[in-house]
Design a protein around this ligand. Structure first.
Ligand SMILES: Nc1ncnc2c1ncn2[C@@H]1O[C@H](COP(=O)(O)OP(=O)(O)OC[C@H]2O[C@@H]([n+]3cccc(C(=O)O)c3)[C@H](O)[C@@H]2O)[C@@H](O)[C@H]1O
Ligand SMILES: Nc1ncnc2c1ncn2[C@@H]1O[C@H](COP(=O)(O)OP(=O)(O)OP(=O)(O)O)[C@@H](O)[C@H]1O
Ligand SMILES: [Mg+2]
Length: 251
């Protein structure tokens, strides 16, 4: 069916309202990073629930530009918002884990501290957002798009730990199209996608391929062999993130 962007947005907005009604919750909360995915979700939930939508900015040793862009998103869509600084909490918890592991002789040379440090940031954000959601009886919205879900490019139980994912069916290029249509600020549209989990991180550099390629593959188009193999590997290795935890058969 060939629907316009506006029609698809209206259907998504109706779906968001239905999810709140069905779950007997009062509203929806999302983390706003300054990136395009959360910007789009903020605009969508604000349109769906003008008085019952909340954005939370959660800096965690983040680049100040992230907060600036997040505030531009808040201003542009008019969503109610709050900020909670997580850098100190992260420092305390991470250093405590690392030093305890070191003391127990568990810190071998293979320990990937950068990744566990980064994923802890995403998981602290998740815990914080749920703390607010529990208090308000709100649902937590995720921001993953179809390309991120296909490649598993998210932290399990971090930014992946959510109740609903309104943009899960959108390719990254559709995220841009919807965001532009809704009036997401230009500086947010222009930023290279980044998890912001370490200085200079970009999604495409870390994935080793581009969103264009992932989108093309999802649309059934031919892509270069090299990119197809990378995406297949990312997809295969992240299968566990897209299902419930394994359990033994009934013995
Ligand atoms: N086969 C399997 N069955 C069940 N569980 C399995 C498993 N293999 C690993 N695991 C578990 O999964 C863990 C690894 O998964 P996970 O903890 O997610 O870690 P991982 O996938 O290694 O890292 C997360 C990736 O997502 C990126 N990211 C994170 C957050 C936001 C964004 C963004 O776009 O903004 C991107 C981040 O930069 C990094 O590349 C392992 O430590 C293990 O506990
Ligand atoms: N500083 C932050 N404050 C609040 N939420 C954050 C922050 N950083 C990350 N998040 C949450 O984690 C999600 C995953 O980040 P991700 O980078 O995939 O999305 P994005 O930043 O919205 O878009 P982009 O892919 O363009 O960077 C964000 O959409 C947001 O909900
Ligand atoms: Mg980002």
């Amino acid at each position: 069916m060939n629907r316009s962007i506006e029609e698809k947005i209206n259907l998504t907005v109706a779906w968001l309202r239905k999810k709140v009604e069905e779950s007997c919750t009062r509203g929806i909360v999302v983390g706003i990073s300054g990136g395009i995915d959360s910007a789009l979700v903020a605009f969508l939930i604000k349109r769906a629930l003008p008085n019952n939508s909340l954005g939370i900015i959660l800096p965690c040793k983040s680049n100040p530009k992230d907060r600036e862009d997040a505030l531009k998103v808040v201003e542009a869509c008019g969503i109610q918002h709050m900020e909670i600084e997580l850098s100190d909490v992260h420092e305390l918890l991470f250093q405590s884990v690392v030093s305890t592991m070191g003391n127990r002789g568990l810190m071998d040379s293979d320990a990937d501290l950068r990744l566990s440090d980064a994923n802890l940031r995403a998981r602290l954000r998740m815990s914080t957002i749920y703390c607010v959601a529990n208090s308000l009886n709100y649902l937590v919205s995720g921001t993953d798009n179809a390309a991120e879900i296909h490649t598993g490019y998210f932290t399990k139980y971090g930014d992946g730990g959510v109740d609903i994912i309104p943009i899960a069916n959108l390719k990254k290029r559709e995220v841009y199209a919807w965001a532009k249509h809704l009036g997401v600020p230009q500086s947010v549209l222009d930023r290279p996608p980044s998890a912001g989990l370490w200085e200079g991180q970009t999604d495409e550099e870390e994935m080793g391929t581009t969103y264009e390629m992932v989108d093309d593959l999802l649309e059934g188009k031919e892509i270069p062999e090299r990119d197809r193999l990378i995406i297949e590997k990312l997809h295969q290795r992240s299968e566990h993130k897209r299902r419930m935890p394994d359990k033994p058969p009934v013995f």
